[in-house]
Design a protein around this ligand. Structure first.
Ligand code: ITT
Length: 202
């Protein structure tokens, strides 16, 4: 398999860690720092897919490189799909995960239906074309925070068929079923069928 190296347009080190752990040997991530991209990448679109595309497009347009980005949201059925695209800023612009989870638990109260899902949209811009890949994991919202692994909403999300939150799972265990892994696997499959046209040796 021809080697592929791509930039990952994210400011989130946890995402880089999860994605890197899942990459096959032929696929390497290149750091944004190496092209001088250290700024916050804007994400102001009204949809998860729109934000994923906006992040990839920002890096592609400014630095002229092939790139992928992803946006993730937690959708809670009893809250009409919230926080969804507003997951990062649910409790305010400070993007505080503990405050976000506390607000979500407060808004959910003692509602019986605690069904929720993580949705990841991954946008790839390769050879000037945009490709989208989606990964979803269904689950429920727990009544309190549990676990220290992972990040974001992991301490309150219990994937379907399991009794632990994502934050009580190792990175490897989470990655066997996560939204991010499912989207990434589709991206990897696409790349393995569409190797780099312009620079096959890198
Ligand atoms: P980017 O630089 O990639 O945009 P971000 O941290 O802004 O990183 P998102 O907008 O995609 O990422 O994240 C939306 C929110 O969802 C944010 O609060 C994250 O902490 C949370 N989140 C994303 N992936 C998650 C995961 O796998 N488990 C738990 N929470 C997650």
């Amino acid at each position: 398999m021809t080697n592929i190296s791509l930039f990952f347009a994210t400011n989130n080190v946890h995402k880089v860690e999860e994605v890197t752990a899942l990459l096959p040997d032929f696929f390497q991530i290149r750091s944004l720092e190496s092209i001088g991209c250290t700024e916050d990448i804007p994400e102001n679109e009204p949809t998860i897919a729109g934000n994923a595309i906006a992040k990839a497009q920002y890096v592609h347009d400014k630095y002229m490189v092939d790139v992928f980005a992803e946006d993730t949201g937690l959708e809670v059925d009893s809250l009409d799909g919230e926080p969804g695209v507003y997951s990062a800023r649910y409790a305010g612009p400070q993007r505080d995960s503990i405050a976000n989870m506390r607000l979500l638990l407060q808004n959910l109260g003692d509602k019986k239906n605690r069904n929720a899902r993580f949705r990841t949209c991954m946008a790839l811009i390769k050879d000037g074309q945009i490709h989208l890949f989606e990964g979803i994991v269904e689950g429920t919202i727990s009544s309190e925070l549990s676990g220290k692994e992972g990040f974001g909403y992991d301490p309150i999300f219990v994937p379907a068929g399991h009794s632990k939150t994502f934050a009580e799972m190792s990175l490897k265990e989470k990655s066997q079923m996560s939204h991010r892994a499912r989207a990434l696997n589709k991206l990897i499959e696409f790349l393995s069928k569409n190797p780099d046209k312009r620079n096959p040796q890198i």
